[in-house]
Design a protein around this ligand. Sequence first.
Ligand SMILES: Cc1cc2nc3c(=O)[nH]c(=O)nc-3n(C[C@H](O)[C@H](O)[C@H](O)COP(=O)(O)OP(=O)(O)OC[C@H]3O[C@@H](n4cnc5c(N)ncnc54)[C@H](O)[C@@H]3O)c2cc1C
Length: 290
Amino acid sequence: MKPGAFRYHRPATLDAALGLLAEHGDAAKAIAGGQSLVPMMNLRLAQPAELVDLGDVAGLESIRMVDGMLEVGARVRHQTVADDELVRRHCPLLGEAASGIGHYAIRQRGTLGGSLAHADPAAQLPLVAVTLGAEIEIASARGRRRVAASDFFVSVMTTALEPDELIVAVRFPVAAAQEGQAYRHFNRRIGDYAIVSVAASVRLRDGRVEHLRLGVGAVEPVPLLLGQLAAEKTGRSADAAWIADVAMAARAAIQPDDDERIPALYRRELTETMVARALSAAIERAGKRP
Ligand SMILES: Cc1cc2nc3c(=O)[nH]c(=O)nc-3n(C[C@H](O)[C@H](O)[C@H](O)COP(=O)(O)OP(=O)(O)OC[C@H]3O[C@@H](n4cnc5c(N)ncnc54)[C@H](O)[C@@H]3O)c2cc1C
């Protein structure tokens, strides 16, 4: 399979990239790691006439603390996120999720910004962003704006981005003391997209759950934050009965579609199992974070 004809641009600055997007509008597309866009172009599911390569754009590659949040640049690659010490210390959920994306070669090319903009419902990083309540920083030639991850994902492969906009960075809240985080997913083969994925963050105080954030991916068109369920289940002892109760409630809270390969009931059962596994791991880790 081969892509349609396109003109290739390789701007060196963000302003130049934004200028090209403003000039060409719907006809242009940014390319970062190319791990989603190139297959789509080869299948002619995407046919941009102007391809704007972000590979040389400076300033999108840092991982740093800003205003008490962990800021990750849009062009940071999945493997860099997985290996980074700041990520590991302040946002372990992000590192754990990134380490399970596709295969090593894909993680060496794919980027945070590309994953969020592509907005696959089964992708790891959109689920982490929604679960933790990350903020997405967006730029265009018209200016900058910040969008909450929960407002960014609109539907399958559809986001709040306008054609002339780029993601420049994502800010993640950092994990507190006694807060444990865990990501778990199920797929049939290593490297495949998840059939169900779960992200959990549990903060403990004196053995009780003081704060819970729980997200489920791959079951609905956008990553699902189970906010009401989490609020209802806080304040109780973080024991096996609590884990089983939350897992059953999560199973009931999702509305997966029946598809001919994967019945909705199967996704519900997997959700219950994956939530229980993620919560167990998160609670164990919370105890190790004084
Ligand atoms: C075999 C295979 C297995 C995979 N498995 C997984 C998996 O298990 N989990 C998973 O999450 N992903 C998986 N992926 C996808 C991979 O993670 C991609 O890296 C990711 O989806 C897109 O990142 P990218 O940088 O490659 O983006 P690109 O492919 O370059 O671009 C994707 C989209 O994002 C847009 N874009 C890129 N950067 C920006 C930006 N800064 N601002 C605005 N728009 C931007 C592009 O215009 C395009 O629409 C897999 C891919 C392959 C080929």
